[in-house]
Design a binder for this molecule. Structure first.
Ligand code: PBG
Length: 327
């Protein structure tokens, strides 16, 4: 039988694992991953988060052990969310230098000086109404008053030793205010990772159980972006770059691959993506039922997020992925 000679036989590049590995255009490495963690007051606490199987709210002492495990697996960075002892309308607990987050930062940097410690900077974990800012008398989020409080909180977190502050509030002008507050307090080397493109998303639902910050009324559409908009994402990114953000983040990740792909060629700073709670939980829930394979699905989504243009990924799979990659 004479065979057709074909110039194009792409399958030649898929013939063995070795060849496939050699020509892989995108790779995952534990050093690209940031592990988000929830810190609560108390001692000896590791409270499972029901809607995020495998994830916990940690007291600071237990957090140290969990982070040690992450470092052991090769993860080099964490993002901390705080669940304060008390909440009020102003989110005052964010200004407590002895609060759960500053204390977690100090302990982590003491125990693991090389760990990159990031702190999520937003009022919603600290307000009793659950919104990401303080409210005007008519119940709307007051942009400028919120920005002031975030800028002060950023200096406190930097003081405690945070390497990176990550504003996730979506107020206008907060990156510039945070940068100038940090510089004014002598924290010139503290990085700002801005949640630049953050959509109002149903995929944050499990996180709201984890951080105990579900809005008590209304929703976050007055400050988070409308999923319908892509050009607006370019605008948000441009503003945060101009205001001095060191890294930009897009979230959720999997439903924003087009945004990552648009931003990657035009943003001259590292681009991060957040594989959010709902993206994690849907894989975990389906895997628990045997409907898909956790490892295959998790690695596939993370690789796709890298392929779209993210250089860094925040993911609740961080420790597992780091372990899988070293097998
Ligand atoms: C708080 C914040 C949220 C997330 C990160 N920071 C929730 C929200 O905006 O409602 C979501 C993370 C996740 O779902 O894993 N501003």
């Amino acid at each position: 039988m004479t065979r057709v000679t074909m110039a194009e036989r792409p399958r030649r590049l898929r013939q063995s694992a070795r060849v496939r590995q050699m020509v892989a255009e995108t790779r995952l490495s534990p050093t690209d991953l940031i592990y988000p963690l929830f810190v609560r007051p108390g001692q000896g606490e590791a409270r499972p988060i029901h809607s995020m199987p495998g994830q916990h709210q940690w007291s600071v002492d237990r957090l140290l052990g969990e982070v040690g495990r992450a470092i052991g697996a090769g993860v080099g960075a964490v993002m901390l969310f705080g669940i304060p002892a008390t909440k009020d309308a102003q989110g005052s607990a964010i200004h407590d230098p002895h609060g759960v987050v500053p204390s977690a930062v100090r302990h982590l940097k003491d125990a693991y000086p090389d760990l990159v410690v990031m702190v999520d900077l937003c009022l919603c974990d600290y307000t009793d109404h659950g919104h990401c800012g303080i409210l005007t008398p008519d119940g709307r989020v007051d942009n400028d008053a919120t920005v002031d409080r975030l800028a002060t909180a950023a200096t406190l977190f930097a003081e405690a030793g945070a390497d990176v502050v990550a504003p996730s509030d979506m107020m206008d002008g907060r990156v510039a205010a945070i940068r100038s507050a940090l510089d004014g307090a002598g924290h010139m080397d503290t990085l700002v990772l801005s949640y630049a493109v953050k959509y109002a998303s149903g995929f944050y639902a499990p996180f709201r159980e984890a951080a105990e910050n579900r809005p008590q009324f209304g929703d976050r559409r007055g400050y988070q972006m409308d999923v319908a908009n892509a050009r607006e994402a370019l605008r948000e990114a441009r503003l945060d770059l101009a205001e001095g953000a060191d890294l930009l983040m897009v979230k959720p990740a999997l439903s924003s691959l087009d945004i990552l792909a648009r931003l990657a060629p035009i943003v001259d700073r590292p681009l991060a993506a957040y594989q959010v709670s709902g993206e994690y939980s849907q894989i975990m829930a389906a895997a628990e039922r045997g409907w898909l394979d956790e490892r295959t699905a998790a690695l596939e989504t993370l690789l796709a997020i890298r392929r779209a243009g993210a250089s860094v990924i925040l993911t609740y799979f961080a420790v597992k992925v780091a372990q899988w990659l070293s097998e």
